[in-house]
Design a binder for this molecule. Structure first.
Ligand code: AHR
Length: 347
């Protein structure tokens, strides 16, 4: 019986590999290489969970953050499409950016005895109890997109997603270079992502780490815009009221930058000219704004994590060792790059 189960998982893994190989030509589209993962460190755990019987579909419970941005929409689609292509049963929930909703969804997946739970944690802290419950139920957990700050890394099998600190560094490096010959003070306002989330914490930290070596670059205001367009616009309006001399906007995602662009235009200023704009993500709407010169620099964050997640699910259920951290490869785009790449952009 056990060998029949194992054979089923091996066959499913082989099919996944085949599917991933066939699909891999279709997701590139940009000079950044939209996909691909670089294994970093070793998983360090080989405890095999109960494999799904050969005749039973693998069930994956996925607790999504919400639908706050274009990035998230693309991420959700990637997960749903890839689960379908892999032949998994996907149980999907939208937490509307609330941690308590994600915890509830994870507990439901535990009760339903899904084979694997995956989620993108809305904030970094406060996961240990529910992750321990999943571990006690022998259900492996995979983190995608965002990290948790749990000390006990045995609570999850792997974390697949971007290096957000590096994204912040890339934004900072471009700015340092742009103003390297300027003696004048450059006033920066920052629109942070959701408070307490990994991308907000890390993009801020990486940016600060790089710009601190340039004393003329000054962050004069920094506030959360919760990764949404509406909040990005609202906070930018407040920034413009409070500060007459804003030179640069650093937005932690495209949606907030797009909301801020509306506020800047309504204030009679030219985005990308009167105020230099840097954002993160690289969704289609961000690319359109960049190709029009309204966003000057985009740091890419890849939402197409579905294939890698399904592969990891198969590997975990097959009892394979998988890397504890899988980092997605990403690029950067100036307005000129965005103009060139816009027709290829898939999301
Ligand atoms: O966690 C990834 C971030 O979440 C994206 O940069 C942002 O757009 C999204 O809401």
């Amino acid at each position: 019986m056990k060998s029949t189960k194992t054979l089923g998982v091996i066959l499913a893994s082989a099919m996944m590999l085949f599917t991933a190989a066939c699909a891999s030509g279709g997701q590139g589209g940009t000079n950044a290489g939209n996909k691909a993962a670089a294994p970093q460190t070793n998983a360090g755990t080989s405890t095999a969970p109960a494999a799904a019987p050969a005749n039973k579909k693998i069930t994956l419970g996925f607790a999504q953050v919400g639908a706050e941005s274009g990035w998230r929409t693309a991420n959700t689609k990637s997960i749903q499409d890839s689960a379908k292509a892999a032949g998994f049963e996907l149980k999907f929930s939208d937490a509307q950016q609330k941690q308590e909703n994600q915890i509830k969804a994870i507990r439901t997946y535990i009760q339903q005895k899904v084979d694997v739970i995956a989620f993108s944690p809305v904030v970094e802290s406060g996961w240990d109890t529910v992750l321990k419950e999943a571990k006690d139920a022998n259900i492996p957990v995979i983190l995608t997109d965002r990290a948790v700050d749990s000390k006990d890394t045995s609570l999850y099998r792997t974390f697949i997603g971007s290096d957000f600190v590096e994204e912040g560094r890339k934004a900072g490096k471009w700015l340092v270079d742009k103003y390297k010959d300027s003696k004048d003070t450059v006033n920066i306002v920052e629109l942070q992502g959701t408070t307490g989330s990994a991308p907000a914490n890390d993009r801020k930290a990486g940016f600060e780490e790089v710009i601190k070596s340039s004393p003329n670059l000054k962050v004069i205001a920094s506030q959360t815009g919760d990764f949404t367009r509406a909040k990005g616009k609202e906070v930018m309006q407040a920034f413009l009221k409070a500060h007459k001399n804003i030179n640069v906007l650093y937005a932690h995602n495209d949606d907030m930058a797009l909301g801020a662009i509306q506020a800047i235009e309504e204030a009679g200023l030219k985005p990308g000219k009167d105020i230099t704009i840097i954002s993160v993500d690289g969704v289609k709407d961000g690319f359109v704004a960049a190709s029009e010169g309204k966003i000057n620099f985009i740091v890419e964050c890849n939402p197409l994590l579905g294939e890698q997640l399904m592969q990891a699910v198969n590997d975990v259920l097959a009892g394979k060792e998988i890397p504890k951290r899988i980092v997605t490869k990403e690029g950067v785009f100036t307005s000129e790059d965005a103009k060139r790449e816009l027709p290829n952009r898939q999301y």
